[in-house]
Write a protein that binds this ligand. Sequence first.
Ligand code: MEV
Length: 305
Amino acid sequence: MNYLSRTFGKIILIGEHSVVYGKPAIAIPFDDTHLDVYIEKSDKNCISCKYFEGELDYSNDEILGINKLVDVFLEQYNISEKIKIKIDSNIPHERGMGSSAAAAVGVTKALYNYFDIDYNIEEIFSFANISEKIVHGNPSGIDVNVVANNKSLYYIKNKAFENFPIDTDAYIIIADSGKKGATKEAVSDVKKLVNTDKKYMQYIEKLGELTDMAKTNIENNNIFKLGEIFNSAQDYLRKLTVSDNLLEELIEIAIKNNALGAKLTGGGRGGCMIALSDSLENAQKIKLALDSKAKETWMTKLKIK
Ligand code: MEV
């Protein structure tokens, strides 16, 4: 089978949820996790992935978004050839690490490559968003942007791509709580809260301000202050009801083991958390402590193109 695209997971450093309301967010690609797409000729349109194996016409809810994306692509380019798509991924599914965006961008790129059609980034966004809207409801676009560009970014919804290269002495440790996140529900519940009481919009405003403070402190390599900002952001995310007990336990473990700060990452209500560390030695200690509770952990230097 031809290997036609590789995409990577993503981590939101700060600004999840508030980004939906036009506030800035900072996200990085995470190349310890990736997703590969292969396509070959077939007698029926089929897909093979962790969640479904068989004809696209009979697929399940897990791949509804990809199914629709492929349908629209084949129709738009008047393609009658039947294909089999195979997706291989080690990005944890529904854990706020961008697995659905990686699949949507990866499948779109693989389709363009397989059928030898020229494409630009706007076309990638437009097809990937067909799937993301089904999976996430009303996504801000941050996941697709970071995955499609494979660069760290300072992101504001509906604004041009702004690459934000990061070069700090810090390390981040990522831990998967092992519980599926619930981004769609969390985003919709935050919306309900924002519509019922104005204090919730103030929390969103605060998260926006914290993101801009994080940007300045990343630029100045002021990682101790950045840790405090992570903790404050987590306070507001908790108030927005998107944290949960498992994430809080992991955050507590990280802080007890000298993390400079820790917070959930992505949609929350399950999924992953991130902790910030000032040295490799401390990062290893934090990772080891998180290993006792988390499903999976990773560690990376906070230095990204
Ligand atoms: C999901 O990775 C991040 C959220 O802010 C939702 C979005 O931006 O679409 C929770």
